[in-house]
Design a binder for this molecule. Structure first.
Ligand code: CAA
Length: 269
């Protein structure tokens, strides 16, 4: 997701500094962006000089302080409240006055994350979808603490990236995940009950609803760890037994089968 967001911002003409915890992580991200831009050039969708300029505007660092010239930062670390909260606190002390701190969280409370900082008025959610380079939508999440200027700047950034923004209150799952993940979780439970196979459920939802991919292919694309975390958050918010994560999802994550990124999830890649 971080590579996708960086690519979107680069193609919109922004200077992008990516901070990764390790040199290896930073190098992997540059390789991913470079490969993706290269594919666009090969397909005739991007001029090679635009790719070259975009790559010149990308720098990486392992030091948070190197982000301090930025006007907007988007954190996209693992979907874990403690880790996101600690990072936002650090960003709050590093980012200059007047800059915006955004979280790309899928379901965590943006208000709780904002209140962990000393300047919650400049914290909001900017939530991209997988694959970020292709999906047109970005949700801008407005916690009660955010100032109007923060929200306006976030909406302006999303528009500058060529994406369609929707503004949403800080409710669990926002718009898309609140509606999408109960469906994905129910697809797994349907398979567990023996109603139909993984392949047939995928085929049914593609052919029967014109969805671009079936629920299992989509879970694998999003990542099973991320999917589990989203479903757990929605379950905690509703408290309903029907929203409990499906057993196979919990098992696959426990076994380290996380979808496309590990080569195996509900499908094998
Ligand atoms: N990663 C990055 N880019 C990808 C990709 C991937 N895994 N798969 C496809 N793409 C890109 C291609 O490079 C191509 O880009 P260009 O148009 O710039 O060349 C574009 O997507 C279309 O690809 P294809 O024509 O090869 O494939 P397709 O027509 O089958 O579309 C798809 C692929 C866009 C992924 C489509 O199947 C789709 O829209 N699927 C549904 C995706 C979806 O619902 N995402 C939301 C998930 S929920 C979420 O993300 C929320 C969260 O908080 C976790």
């Amino acid at each position: 997701m971080a590579a996708g967001i960086a690519e979107v911002a680069l193609l919109a003409g922004f200077e992008v500094v990516v901070r990764s915890r390790t040199e290896r992580g930073a190098a992997d991200l540059v390789a991913q962006v470079s490969k993706s831009l290269g594919k666009r050039v090969e397909r005739g969708k991007l001029e090679s000089h635009v790719r070259d300029t975009a790559l010149q505007h990308l720098t990486t660092t392992t030091t948070l302080e190197d982000l301090s010239r930025g006007s907007i930062v988007i954190e996209s670390v693992v979907e874990d409240y403690e880790q996101k909260m600690l990072l936002l606190r650090q960003l709050d002390s590093v980012m200059p006055v007047g800059s915006i701190i955004a979280t790309n969280t899928s379901t965590l409370s943006v208000s709780d994350l904002a209140l962990a900082t000393l300047q919650p008025d400049r914290v909001c959610g900017i939530h991209f979808f997988n694959p970020a380079t292709t999906m047109p939508l970005v949700e801008v999440i407005r916690p009660a603490t955010a100032s109007q200027s923060t929200i306006e700047a976030a909406l302006a950034f999303v528009a500058a990236c060529g994406k369609d923004a929707v503004l949403v209150r800080d409710d669990p799952g926002f718009i898309v995940n609140a509606l999408l993940f109960p469906y994905l979780n129910n697809a797994i439970k349907m398979m567990e009950r023996g109603t139909a196979s993984i392949d047939d459920i995928d085929t049914a939802m593609k052919g029967g609803c014109n969805f671009p991919m079936g629920p299992f292919a989509l879970l694998d694309l999003v990542g099973l760890d991320t999917s589990l975390s989203i479903i757990e958050t929605l379950h905690a918010a509703s408290g309903k037994d029907a929203d409990r994560p499906a057993e196979s999802l919990v098992r696959l994550v426990g076994e380290g089968h996380l979808g496309r990124k590990t080569g195996r999830g509900f499908h094998t890649y």
